[in-house]
Write a protein that binds this ligand. Structure first.
Ligand SMILES: [Zn+2]
Length: 106
C-alpha cells in the first residue's frame, strides 16, 4: 500500500532535482514537496509545479487518486498524447513547456 502526505509549496533555497523531469529546481523557484510511503520505504518527492500539472493533465490517477511520480511518467504521457508546444506551455508554464516541447521533438 502506498500513500503520500499533502503537497506543500516551497521556495527553493538551494538547487534540487525534480523527480519528474530530472531537471534542476533552482534557488528561488517555487516547487512542490511531499512525502511518499510505499512498501516500507519513505521518499521525499520534489517536483516543479508545471511537471506535476503535466502528470495530472495527461495521465490517469491510480485507484485512490494518486499519480505515479517517476521519471518515466511524463515522457510516456507525452508520447501517447503528443500535445502541441502551445498546449505544453498552457499546462506547464513557459519554461517547462518549452523544455518538454524540445524534448518531444528530439
Ligand atoms: Zn520538473
Amino acid at each position: 500500500m502506498s500513500w503520500g502526505t499533502p503537497a506543500v509549496t516551497r521556495t527553493a533555497r538551494k538547487r534540487h532535482v525534480c523527480n519528474l523531469c530530472e531537471w534542476s529546481i533552482l534557488p528561488g523557484d517555487p516547487y512542490l514537496r511531499w512525502c511518499w510511503f510505499s512498501d516500507g520505504f519513505a521518499t521525499t518527492v520534489k517536483t516543479h509545479k508545471g511537471c506535476l500539472r503535466l502528470v495530472e493533465e495527461y495521465t490517469n490517477p491510480e485507484p485512490g487518486g494518486s499519480y505515479v511520480i517517476d521519471e518515466e511518467a511524463i515522457p510516456e504521457a507525452l508520447s501517447w498524447h503528443e500535445p502541441s508546444k502551445e498546449e505544453l506551455i498552457r499546462v506547464a508554464g513557459p519554461v517547462l513547456g518549452r523544455l518538454w516541447s524540445n524534448y518531444l521533438n528530439e
